[in-house]
Structure formats: structure tokens, C-alpha cells
Design a protein around this ligand. Structure first.
Ligand code: SF4
Length: 342
């Protein structure tokens, strides 16, 4: 299986090239793409309008799946955590979050992560490897297979394991497949990528795809941010926010700033005022995420009063500031709780 060409690693244009190089007519690529993405088929034999000879040839040279479903855990709030095994035995997770009018899939972009944010379980496990474009895209195809007849994934977020911009090449390829009419056909407005703020990659991505960005800020001064997010020493707040100012945002689009509230670390009223000042002039909305405690976690969740106070200060300064309801905490699928260990 390892020697077979993973078809989900190809963008639609690359697949066409590969098919032509193999001496096949280009229209075969369109046929294949339709079966793989519109029909979500994994077995060449199910492609009934493809000639028997070509199906046989494909079986000898290529494979469709890139991730293998191991199990699905469902939380009492309906959140589903999907566990996948990769061909080399590594494991990754995606999370399906069911909200009123949307069904969001949170995908992983790396096995583990090298950036070591202090509040994050994935970071604690260290970096193993980047995911290929196919391994990213196939999380979506596999998640679609878990849905009920009335369900449809409406939104995609790159907020699972890993820092997507540390794997920009494969993530960009995956985004091409995700947003192409011949691929998964998602609107760029329905895709959000979350980053700790790798500045050059952030600017490059915004030139390539007009998707939404969520920047993990988590502190309003360099000292606190460097303490909980080592990446801040490479790209301090001033540089990160300057890059945010340079981003060419589609009309009416704002940058979401994620702010994890950690009791006694970054949740004081003074912190809220500093944050308001820092984001002045930016087309910003703020998503406050009260920390999800887990056994042995080094931080605490602020009290409901503290959270409310923090939010109120931002709202008084005319920011849209929402508090994210924690989903999936019962199955360790909440933010920062994904880990690549089984
Ligand atoms: S929060 Fe994101 S960037 Fe930071 S360690 Fe966790 S996965 Fe990596």
C-alpha cells in the first residue's frame, strides 16, 4: 500500500498531469475527481462509468485513502472526536462540532507540534511530522462518512493538532483541493485557519487564499506571551500585529483574535484594557476561550465573574467579544486537548 500513489495528495491540476503522463486521456482525471470527492468513494471498483481496464490499472498504481478510521468518541454535548491512524502508524484526531445551524470540522495539520505553547497538550507531546495534503483532505472525506443522512459539514477550521502555517506547503495544497469545484468545493468564507502568528507564512497564505484567519494572541504584553507561547520571542506582538494590519482582508471580513483566559496569568481587568489598546484600528473580533482544565493541567480556569468582567471591558471599548462555549471537554476534544497518543 505504501508504494501506491496517494491520489488525495494531488491538486486537481496535478492529477490531470499525472493521468496524462501515464498515457491516459485528461478527461479520466475529471471522472476520478468526481468519484473521489463528490461521491466520496474509496474503492476503484465502485467507479461504474470507468472502464474495467483503467480501474485495474488504477488498483495497481494508486490508492484513495490516506487516513484510516480507528474510532469515534461522542461527548454528551454531541461533539464527536474522530481518531485516525496513518499509514506509518502515527495517529491524529479531528473533531466534529455540532452547533445550531452549523456543523464544523476541526482538522489537524501535523502529528504533534514543535511550538511548545505551555497550555497545550499537543505541544507537550512534541513534534513528530507534517501531514501530507492528502492526510489533511482525507480527514474531511472520512468525517463525511460518519454523518447522518441529514448532516453536512458547513465549516472547516484548521485548529486541530499542529500549527498549520508550520506546514504551509501541504496546507496550501490541501486548501486548493478543499476549495476547488473539482475537489471538496468549500467556499473560502467557510474555512478558517488558526495560527500562533508565523508572520511571513501568514502574509504568504493571505496572498494565496482569502480564507478567514484566527490569530492566537492569548496575552496582551510580550512578557506574558513569551512565557506561555515561546513563538513570541521570534515574532513579538508588535511585529505580529503589524503583519495583521498589512493583510488584505476581503470586504467585511475581520480577523478573529483568540484569547485563552488563564486564571491569574492573563485575565485581569488591566489585561483586558491592554488588549483593547493593542487591537486599536484593526478589523478585529475577539474570541475569549476560558481554559479547559484537564487532569494535571498547569493552569486554572478563571471564575465566571472574571470572564464576564473581561468581556465587558472589551465590549465597552466597542469590540465584538464572544466567550467560546467549551465543546467536547468530556472526551478531551476541547481546544488544546488534542494529543497524538492513542
Ligand atoms: S497551541 Fe497550537 S501552536 Fe501551540 S503547541 Fe498547541 S498545537 Fe502547537
Amino acid at each position: 500500500m505504501n508504494d501506491l500513489v496517494p491520489l488525495k495528495d494531488f491538486t486537481p491540476a496535478d492529477l490531470e498531469l499525472w493521468i496524462q503522463e501515464a498515457g491516459q486521456p485528461a478527461y479520466r482525471a475529471r471522472q476520478l475527481l468526481k468519484w473521489i470527492y463528490a461521491q466520496n468513494v474509496e474503492d476503484f471498483q465502485e467507479m461504474t462509468d470507468v472502464s474495467k481496464d483503467f480501474r485495474g490499472w488504477l488498483e495497481q498504481h494508486a490508492r484513495i485513502p490516506s487516513v484510516m478510521r480507528e474510532k469515534v468518541l461522542t461527548d454528551k454535548d454531541g461533539t464527536r472526536k474522530l481518531l485516525f491512524r496513518l499509514l506509518d502508524g502515527e495517529r491524529i484526531e479531528s473533531v466534529l462540532i455540532d452547533e445550531e445551524r452549523r456543523l464544523t470540522l476541526c482538522v489537524s495539520s501535523q502529528v504533534g507540534c514543535a511550538l511548545g505553547c505551555r497550555f497545550c497538550l499537543t505541544g507537550e507531546q512534541g513534534y513528530r511530522r507534517n501531514l501530507s495534503a492528502g492526510e489533511i483532505v482525507d480527514q474531511i472525506c472520512a468525517a463525511r462518512r460518519e454523518l447522518g443522512p441529514e448532516e453536512r459539514i458547513t465549516n472547516l477550521v484548521f485548529m486541530g493538532m499542529g500549527e498549520p502555517l508550520a506546514n504551509l506547503q501541504q496546507v496550501a495544497k490541501a486548501l486548493e483541493i478543499i476549495t476547488s469545484d473539482h475537489g471538496l468545493n468549500f467556499s473560502t468564507r467557510k474555512v478558517t485557519l488558526s495560527t500562533v502568528g508565523l508572520v511571513p507564512e501568514m502574509l504568504e497564505l493571505s496572498r494565496l487564499f482569502p480564507i478567514k484567519l484566527a490569530v492566537s494572541l492569548h496575552a496582551a504584553d510580550n512578557e506574558t506571551r513569551s512565557r506561555i507561547m515561546p513563538i513570541n520571542r521570534r515574532y513579538p506582538l508588535e511585529e505580529l500585529l503589524e503583519a495583521c494590519r498589512q493583510l488584505e482582508l476581503p470586504r467585511r471580513q475581520r480577523i478573529t483574535f483568540e484569547y485563552l483566559l488563564l486564571a491569574g496569568v492573563n485575565d485581569s481587568s488591566a489585561d483586558a484594557r491592554k488588549l483593547a489598546k493593542l487591537l486599536k484600528g484593526l478589523r478585529a473580533k475577539i474570541n475569549l476561550i476560558p481554559f479547559n482544565e484537564y487532569p494535571g493541567s498547569p493552569f486554572k480556569r478563571p471564575s465566571p465573574n472574571r470572564i464576564e468582567d473581561f468581556q465587558k471591558i472589551l465590549q465597552e471599548k466597542h469590540y465584538t467579544a464572544t466567550v467560546r462555549q467549551s465543546r467536547g471537554a468530556g472526551i478531551m476534544a476541547a481546544c488544546g486537548q488534542l494529543t497524538h497518543s492513542p
